[in-house]
Write a protein that binds this ligand. Structure first.
Ligand code: UD1
Ligand code: CA
Length: 456
């Protein structure tokens, strides 16, 4: 029988060494608060309830995690890990297994936690321990000559011999709740730090004849905590490499997995290639055979099959069709829809616009609040003047329109199907279909005119 699972997450630590106003557990890994990574790993185990013990910045932490179903308890004073767990115990039913996690240890995996919970079974105390090169700072796992765990001793309370032990306590454990409750009630703070050490429960378990099992993480990054910005950056990279490996396993070509960042989630089709320094934010979906060039930011974007995103583009909250050519140096702002075979060239900015099949905006243009038909050609330097200083207005461009370079379309304005606009025109009124319209003034030459000369 599998016992129902309750999860307790400790997140009350102040995080002084982060030197930040943001509560420690809200610092982000892969664009999401550290605490939410821990919550997600726990949720995947089908925990019946998750209780977070918070301290500093409670309101901020709760509102950042408002998408998750969580019970919150406050630890007003940080009197030690045992005291922190004590705050959560009223939320945890006796006949559940309690799994204890930490809001500042973000890379723990569901796999490792599943093994830990299994090691607790119905009657054992399961500890997640790790063998490390440098155990400094950690609680040491003290075993007897038969290899049975006897107790955990903290760095500051350890003897010379104990300090040599390199099997350390990661802090994560699983045990039946009623046992945990009994032990927590017995904790005292007569130790080097004057704290209620959760780790003292291990000694009580031995006294009570409860067997103690240990399991290990697959990789030690899973159990590394964050206390400063360097550790945050190290775990960020470890997280990115984990994602990159997963994606490459699923067929994504990454030119360099060390220069690839996902701050959200990515889905992709077959034979997709992503060049260096690409940042994926929010929810991004790439079709088959999409190529993304270097230095591109993709945020909440859907891109169709065979589209090429050339270098140095910034694309946000839009949908791009198949076989489009975007950039280099293009910016697609929110609420833009491009149909198939659309081309947006260099230094083109487009916002809140729809462009139908085969249309081209090849150079140096601003297109805003515009509906554009199919097979349109927008000349270099064309600008839709959509803002009168107070309100935004729409530009409607029909099918097969040709707009000469350096034209301005003063919205609201409609250009009929098949219209041609001469280069350098300033269009203030609607343009009829299939005619040439231009607002250019006539070219004159002043014969015999001389340039002024500088006085001697
Ligand atoms: C703790 C363990 C140690 C282990 C190490 C792993 C104890 C006594 N020691 O030590 O064996 O090797 O973690 O990193 O448990 N917290 C609270 N409220 C408190 C105190 C702590 O919520 O009153 C939270 C912190 O935010 C942090 C975690 O508990 O997430 C661990 O606290 P920390 O002070 O880092 O414990 P260590 O002394 O490092
Ligand atoms: Ca610590």
């Amino acid at each position: 029988m599998v016992m129902p699972l309750s999860v307790v997450v400790l997140a009350a630590g102040q995080g002084t060494r982060m030197k930040s106003d943001l509560p420690k557990v809200l610092h982000e890994i892969g664009g999401a608060p550290m605490l939410s990574h821990v919550i997600r790993a726990a949720q995947a185990l089908e925990a019946l309830d998750i209780t977070v013990v918070y301290g500093h910045g409670g309101e901020q932490v709760q509102s950042a995690l408002s998408d998750h179903k969580i019970s919150w308890v406050e630890q007003t004073e940080q009197l030690g890990t045992g005291h922190a767990v004590d705050q959560a115990m009223p939320k945890v039913p006796d006949n559940h297994t309690t799994l204890l996690l930490y809001g500042d240890v973000p890379l723990i995996t569901t796999d490792t936690l599943g093994k830990l919970v299994a090691a607790a079974g119905e009657n054992a105390l399961a500890l997640l321990t790790a063998v490390v090169d440098n155990p400094t700072g950690y609680g040491r796992i003290v075993r007897d000559s038969a290899g049975k765990v006897q107790c955990i001793v903290e760095q500051k309370d350890a003897s010379e011999e104990q300090l040599i032990i390199n099997e350390v306590n990661t802090g994560m454990l699983a045990v039946r709740s009623n046992e945990l409750r009994g032990w927590i009630n017995r904790l005292e703070n007569n130790n080097a730090q004057g704290e209620f050490y959760l780790t003292d429960i291990v000694g009580f378990a031995v006294e009570d004849g409860i067997s103690i099992n240990t399991t290990h993480p697959v990789s030690t990054v899973e159990t590394e905590g964050v206390n400063n910005k360097l550790q945050l950056a190290e775990l960020e990279r470890a997280y990115q490499l984990r994602l990159a490996n997963e994606y490459m396993d699923n067929g994504l070509t990454l030119r360099d997995p060390n220069r690839f960042d996902v701050r959200g989630n990515l889905t992709f089709g077959k034979d997709v290639t992503i060049d260096v320094n690409v940042i994926i934010e929010g929810s991004v979906s790439l079709g088959d055979r999409v190529n993304v060039g270097p230095n591109v930011i993709l945020k909440n974007i859907t891109i169709g099959n065979e589209t090429n995103i050339h270098p140095n583009c910034v694309l946000e909250k839009s949908t791009i069709g198949a076989a489009c050519e975007i950039g280099p140096f293009a910016r697609i702002r929110p609420d833009t829809q491009l149909a198939d075979h659309v081309k947006l060239g260099n230094f083109v900015e487009i916002k809140k616009s729809t462009v139908l099949e085969g249309s081209k905006v090849s150079h140096l243009s601003y297109i805003g609040d515009t509906t554009m038909g199919s097979q349109v050609n927008i000349g270099a330097g064309t600008i839709t003047c959509n803002y009168d200083g107070a309100n935004k207005h729409k530009t409607v461009i029909g099918d097969n329109v040709f707009i000469g370079s350096s034209s301005q379309l003063i919205a609201p304005v409609t250009v009929g199907d098949g219209a041609t606009i001469g280069a350098g025109s300033t269009i203030t009124r609607n343009v009829p279909s299939d005619e040439l319209t231009l607002t250019r003034s006539r070219q004159v030459t002043k014969e015999g005119w001389k340039r002024p000369e500088k006085k001697k």
